[in-house]
Design a protein around this ligand. Structure first.
Ligand code: NAD
Length: 292
């Protein structure tokens, strides 16, 4: 069934996701701060809007994919934002990675207006967004998840309802903990192998076929081999996510010793000017620590 979808936030992730919804036969109207991304959506068969109000006025479903909590609050709750301009009955699906608390705040603000919400953050990176193979972790009401599922299936291959409002963000926080620690330890192995004079490409190939193999290794080894750190997923965004998981874990009494160390290393990467690079650039921090 073709749906009328408004898509707010056409960045590294949002643009290919919006294009995939067009390819799946939906009527997609996009809005973004940079006009070039709106033009790209239009070129792919979508529609452009001049404001959030313009994008959402006829929408049955609104999807947001913006950087962080303040952007979600501004776009959905703010003046001229989604809640001010949608019809009652609209389903708002926020796919940004933010705190569970902000997802719950959005849900609480939407309910009295008859607007339903889901938090549906994603994993799989830019490549996963382009190829429509994202993993999507969804918090909210089961009936709203059932309505959104056919749309989300056009964006990902693993789409799972994990609990009530905010639960999607809690699972995403765990995802970011796992990914950051994996990238850091992969970077440490790379510096060790290079210092030892081993053929790095061969080493990473064989490691990828054993128990040390992982999606992180397979996806990020090219960045590390070639010192190619264009994002991808910016270290600034991973810094935000390490803050989210650190706070969420503290609130429930869970200790994250490795997570705490890696959060500091991500902070150090930013302090050294690497915030706008891909998170595989944690390698540069290991190189600095190793005197390179
Ligand atoms: P991005 O910075 O490339 O894109 C964000 C977009 O939001 C920008 O194009 C910006 O114009 C738009 N935006 C911000 N404020 C807006 C507003 N008020 N109105 C309209 N548009 C607005 O970021 P991204 O990499 O696409 O990440 C988006 C979210 O997805 C983040 O929460 C990130 O943590 C998460 N995420 C990213 C990746 C990745 O690999 N890049 C993977 C999984 C999840």
């Amino acid at each position: 069934m073709s749906r009328k979808i408004a898509f707010i936030g056409l960045g590294i992730m949002g643009k290919p996701m919006a294009v995939n919804l067009v390819k799946a036969g939906h009527h997609v109207t996009g809005f973004n701060l940079e006009q070039s991304a709106i033009d790209a959506l239009v070129a792919a068969g979508g529609h452009g809007a001049t404001s959030i109000a313009d994008a959402v006025k006829d929408a049955e479903v609104v999807i947001t994919m913006v950087p962080a909590d303040p952007h979600v609050e501004q776009v959905i709750l703010g003046e001229g934002g989604v809640l001010e301009n949608v019809k009652p009955g609209t389903l708002v699906v926020d796919m940004s990675s933010i705190t569970p608390q902000t997802s719950q705040k959005v849900a609480a603000a939407a309910a009295p207006k008859g607007v339903r919400t889901l938090d549906a953050p994603v994993s799989g990176g830019e490549a996963g967004a382009i190829e429509a193979v994202l993993s999507i972790m969804v918090g909210g009401e089961a009936a709203d998840f059932a309505e959104a599922k056919p749309l989300l299936d056009a964006l990902g291959t693993t789409v799972i309802h994990v609990g009530p409002s905010g639960a999607g963000q809690t699972v995403k926080a765990a995802n970011q903990l796992i990914v950051a620690v994996n990238i850091q330890v992969l970077a440490e192995a790379v510096v060790f192998l290079e210092n030892a004079g081993v053929d790095l490409a061969a080493a990473l190939d064989v490691l990828g076929g054993g128990l040390a193999g992982s999606t992180v290794l397979n996806r990020k080894k090219g960045n590390m081999l070639n010192r190619e750190f264009a994002p991808g997923f910016r270290i600034d965004l991973h810094h935000k996510d390490m803050g989210i998981v650190t706070d969420a874990a503290r609130a429930v009494g869970a200790a994250l010793p490795l997570g705490a160390v890696v959060a500091q290393l991500v902070a150090s990467a930013r302090a050294n000017g690497d915030g706008s690079l891909d998170h595989s650039a944690l390698l540069r921090g290991v190189e600095r620590l190793s005197g390179r």
